[in-house]
Design a protein around this ligand. Structure first.
Ligand code: BV8
Ligand code: ZN
Length: 254
């Protein structure tokens, strides 16, 4: 069912939920000024297929291009603020017995909105590591300068082994963090409500989570201004932006 306002049964489900899983994608950060994953192609990268940048092969082929892209994205995040949707999820956690937040996003806007125990299924821009030995790398504080020369930037070197530093994200064809992914499947199976916000539902294995919840007999609410691959699975598809709908939905319920 698709709605542009709130169905009373949906509000009642939210009010009665004891164990909620929230799953977010790039759409929740749009109102913070962060382009979605598939819109993030601008400038130097507009001639690149997104999945040709977010891979280990792309990084090995052209480390400066890929590292420059991620530093540009990290700069965008550091210059941004959490929006009302991030804040609403942090507040919801204080109103229900148990809320588990999983995000596909690599920004830290959920943390900066006050959410604790944010589980990053696709890693984080803020935790780079050595490509060779895996040793963590501490980035300098503050917002990096706009990379010179059209946003190519050579990656720093590992202080332990001299290898190249890579972004701390999960690239395509790389495994997701097993403990976080297992937790996501387990909680999607055992929760009583899953709320999915701002994702196109095209990237696996995360795109399976709403279906796991639905197949286990639980309700699924989707918040997205547009249709997504998840529409056919969700109990309620609420059309609109997360920054408006999430606070309104939570205020209506509590
Ligand atoms: C793996 C980090 C195995 C990097 C990302 C099964 C079937 C088919 C393919 C596969 C499959 N299993 C695996 C694959 C391959 C692949 C995959 O899924 N490919 C897809 C493209 C077909 N998956 C993988 O490679 C995964 N790894 O399976 O490894 C393995 C196991 C063992 C050993 C070795 C290997 C890894 C996937 C992770 C890739 N990394 N990100 C980075 O950020 O640079 S994925 C990337 O896309 C993002 O992180 C994001 O999480 C993901 C999905 O994007 P969305 O978040 O949904 O963003 P998008 O732009 O698509 O959509 C935004 C939505 O927001 C839209 O719907 C829009 O309408 C909405 N919106 C807009 N404004 C608002 C809004 N919503 C609310 N409010 C608004 N205001
Ligand atoms: Zn190293």
């Amino acid at each position: 069912m698709t709605f542009t306002c709130f169905d009373l049964r949906m509000i009642a489900t939210l009010q009665g939920a004891q164990k909620i899983v929230v799953l977010t994608g790039a759409g929740i950060s749009v109102e913070s000024g962060i382009p979605t994953f598939r819109d993030a192609i601008t400038g130097l990268w507009k001639n690149f297929d997104i999945e040709m940048l977010a891979t280990a092969e792309a990084f090995l082929r052209d480390p400066a291009l890929v590292w420059g892209w991620y530093e540009w994205r990290r700069m965008k995040v550091l210059s941004a603020q959490p929006n009302a949707a991030h804040i609403a999820i942090a507040e919801l956690a204080g109103r229900v017995p148990q809320l588990s937040l999983f995000t596909q996003n690599v920004d830290d806007l959920h943390e900066r909105a006050g959410s604790i125990d944010v589980r990053h299924l696709h890693g984080s821009l803020h935790h780079p590591r050595c490509f060779d030995c895996g040793h963590p790398y501490s980035l300098p504080d503050g917002v990096p300068d706009e990379p010179e020369g059209g946003r190519r930037l050579s990656p720093p070197k590992c202080l332990e082994c001299g290898g190249m530093i890579r972004p701390g994200v999960v690239w395509f064809n790389e495994p997701l963090p097993v403990n976080i992914l297992d937790g996501a499947f387990e909680l999607s199976n055992s929760c009583d409500l899953l709320i999915v916000v701002g994702t196109s539902g095209v990237v696996y294995p995360v795109a399976q989570l709403p279906e796991v919840a639905r197949n286990a007999g639980h309700k699924v609410i989707q918040i997205n201004p547009a249709r997504s691959e998840l529409d056919r699975i969700c109990t309620w598809n609420v059309r609109g932006s997360a920054g408006k709908l999430l606070p309104a939905m939570i205020n209506r319920a509590f």
